[in-house]
Design a protein around this ligand. Sequence first.
Ligand code: HEM
Length: 512
Amino acid sequence: RDKDLPPGPPTLPIIGNLHIFPKESTHLRFTEWARKYGGIFSLKLGAGTVIVITCPEIAHQLLEKRSATTADRPSLYVADLVTGGLNMGLIRYGDTWRAMRRAAHSILTPKATARHFPIQIAEATQLLYDMLCTAESFNTHIKRYSSSVIMSVLHGKRSPRYETPDTADFFRVEHEWSTFVEPGATPPVDLIPILKYVPAPLAKWKRTAARIREMQRGLYLRLLAGTEERVQRGEHNGSYMEVVLERRQELGLDRHTAAYLGGSLVEAGSETTSSFLNSLILCLVAYPQAQKHAQEEIDGVVGQDRLPTLEDLQNLPYIRAIILETHRFRPVTPLLLPHATTAPETYKNYSIPAGSTIFVNYCGISHDPMLYDGPEVFCPNRYLLADNGTKPGLDKSSMGPTLAFGFGRRSCPGIHLAENSININAMNLIWAFKFEPALDKDGNVIEPDTFAYSKGITCEPLPFKCRITPRTAEKAEIIRREFWGAADTFKKFEFGLSEEDKEFVLSSRDRF
Ligand code: HEM
């Protein structure tokens, strides 16, 4: 390690820290190192440098204020084998990224997302209805919700069931892809020149990459073709990809890139939202006092006779605090997404070479006992005492309420769509249901495990059981009525349904 780099664990000749770089749950190891080496430390992977930031001010300085030089993504040779360099979240900073980002901006501004409220709210009503009918499958109901919303907004085509082919294919490929690109799971950049020449049969990751590529590319092109055919039939429904197809030349996107733009937005928007909502339920089960407090609050504001609306949120400070605390307690992306530098940078006396990878260890920040009182406890009240939940008296004004959506030019463009989904579903679920721990066969409580999380670039609770019951019979009736009332909104997004989907749609609407 050069002397002017930030400190870090001792290195070995040539390989640096390669031998100790974690292969999974990287954020946990980074947090241990941060407690030892400080808010900014470095790792050497061969000749390459990795900078890990576990301090909100340093992250703000380097990634927000100096975004012009820190908005690149690291070269991910193996990820590029899968995506051909066209995944919007991982693509290098350059013209194709700019074209994609410009195109994404046009649907993801607060004003543009407002146009998609009707389908978002209708889908949230189906989530309530599905949970009323088969509460034990809440995990898949949430996944269906999140992928159906984003596919409706982007491709104008919803998924009435989790088994609807597009959604089922999406989650199959997404699971493999997210695990495949977790930091540490694929070979480091500096070995790439050698690995490029390893013949495919000898390299397991190359075979995995080829398999994921085939599935992912097939799905993205199929989704785009579906939109093209629907538009040709004159069946417009205002979906985002309709606009992209119309303005493709002007936006500077070829057909293949347009398919990957649509696909990578579906990818970026589905698992993140579903992971958040699953964590929310886990926290409500594990912390019944917080749940009770939130239910008292929402009953006082919304009452018993109607579903909550987005406007209600401004009068629900405790539920807003629950949302922020869920982000802090169990971040969806514990390391956000890695940035990279396009030019040499400095922080205080440290130098950061051009081409360094920068991780913000969000999980390490959000569990730092110097910043948060009792960080291992789910405690929404902290956000009632300070806007960003930090210890009273600390000046953390540069932090904002949450860091969950990242920094600078690469910050999450889907934040408004995501927040609408999170807000409406958090209110709905807390208003409608009681969430309690599951019981074993002898009637003993099975304590929920708030540590059992998946591995991957996004983390979600491992499937867990809990009891979900409607809070009153009247509320159950309102859910059924609202779901039935949403049928006209749904119909505009129901194209090319399989026989099973048609049957499901008919039978669920026939009950009334
Ligand atoms: C709970 C929900 C979500 C969370 C927590 C989340 C979080 C993030 C984070 C941490 C990043 C990386 C930021 C950085 O590098 O500094 C990101 C990037 C991104 N997100 Fe989200 N996101 C969510 C939902 C969504 C949705 C709904 C969409 C799309 C509609 C979306 C689209 C994207 C895209 C395209 C990128 C890559 C941006 C780029 O590299 O230029 N996200 N998100």
